[in-house]
Design a protein around this ligand. Structure first.
Ligand code: NAD
Length: 350
């Protein structure tokens, strides 16, 4: 069986997908990743059958060579600049990787899969975000696949641009593409600048938990292996040219997410006295509630108020159902970070 190409496979979701895929099937995986600050070769170093190629998705010749040399007919595209705050301070890199980089992959795939003739099956799976749909009011219906695009940050605008290019390559050139727009992922191997690992590590080290605005911005939370399963189902059953929204069925305000982190940390310290020695600066080490670290700070510029996912299409057409509830997923995530300090500690210096 030919390999698949996973772009951004050394990042958070990509590395979870590489692991998931190798656990599910005996198919080789070629990972193309530029190893930016967010990429970490260590996240997949122990995965047998996965080969990391350090390179940029904007390098069309390299991508074409990888497709040709490995007879690759499936691309799962995760590589992106993905942090909204960074897109506010430095938007250009987001346009470069998310728009130009996605187009580079599409060009390479078209050259190898379509321009040479032949009709072997192929698939370009594009991983995108619910943020392309903009922001919802408290009573608005959840985002469906037909919700008009209204991206508000340079990050979501660049992802929206990439979604349109993927769609255009299907309609104009007949490429077999599927796009999934997912909600906020959480789980192991997430770079510690994102909310959940950042707040967990701050809680362990006794640093403040800085909450944007009033903490009532709502997101749908998706455990990363549920997302991987959703992508697998879309690869197996998704119809060419279609879009599927993938969510976790857990719409929660940030404050609830943060309070859950605090509760799970308090419980972990109560159960395991050794944590007091490992993290002496944590309030939980002194028997104080982690919640005492909560601090409200100025809101993010243009902060979207609410995202919610209507995933009825994915349920009906793909059979997708999230399996992990938020409390259970959070316990698994925090247990993983506590057991894998050697993974996250070196990243704090970046
Ligand atoms: P991440 O930032 O953790 O990982 C991105 C990876 O892409 C890194 O390994 C990085 O080195 C690599 N990369 C960046 N630029 C590259 C380039 N030019 N060439 C090759 N590799 C490059 O991101 P993530 O959270 O794993 O997100 C993966 C995908 O899922 C992204 O497309 C993102 O937009 C989408 N998404 C993420 C979330 C989420 O909650 N994390 C939600 C919705 C959608």
């Amino acid at each position: 069986m030919a390999d698949i190409l996973v772009t951004g496979g050394a990042g958070f979701i990509g590395s979870n997908f590489v692991r998931y895929w190798r656990e599910q099937r005996n198919q080789g995986v070629v990972v193309l990743d530029a190893l930016t600050y967010a990429g970490n070769a260590a996240s997949i170093a122990d995965v047998e059958g996965a080969t990391l190629v350090e390179g940029d998705i904007c390098d069309t010749d390299l991508v074409q060579k990888l497709l040709r040399d490995n007879d690759i007919r499936t691309i799962v595209h995760f590589a992106a600049e993905s942090h909204v705050d960074r897109s506010i301070t430095g938007p250009h890199a987001f346009v470069q990787t998310n728009v130009i980089g996605t187009h580079s992959l599409l060009r390479a795939a078209k050259a190898e899969w379509l321009d040479r003739g032949g009709d072997e099956p192929h698939r370009f799976h594009h991983v995108s975000t619910d943020e392309v749909y903009g922001s919802l009011g408290a009573d608005d219906p959840a985002f469906s696949e037909t919700t008009a695009y209204a991206p508000n940050s340079p990050y979501s605008a660049s992802k929206a641009g990439s979604d349109h290019l993927v769609r255009a390559y299907h309609h104009t050139f007949g490429m077999d593409v599927v796009t999934t727009n997912c909600s906020n992922n959480y789980g192991p191997y997430q770079f510690p600048e994102k909310l959940i690992p950042l707040f967990l590590i701050n809680a362990l080290e006794g640093r403040n938990l800085p909450i944007y605005g009033d903490g009532m911005n709502v997101r749908d939370w998706l455990f990363v292996t549920d997302h991987c399963r959703g992508i697998e189902l879309a690869l197996e059953k998704g119809k060419p040219g279609e879009v599927y929204n993938i969510g976790g069925g857990e719409e929660l305000p940030n404050l609830t997410v943060i309070e859950t982190i605090c509760d799970v940390v308090d419980q972990a310290f109560a159960k395991d006295p050794a944590l007091r020695e490992r993290y002496p600066d944590a309030p939980a080490a002194r028997g104080e509630p982690t919640e005492s670290l909560k601090t409200f700070v100025e809101d993010r510029k243009g902060h979207d108020r609410r995202y919610a996912i209507d995933e009825r299409k994915a349920r009906a057409e793909l059979g997708y159902v999230p399996a992990v509830d938020f409390k259970g997923g959070m316990e698994r995530t925090i247990a993983w970070y506590l057991a894998n300090e050697d993974w996250w500690r070196p990243l704090l210096a970046r």
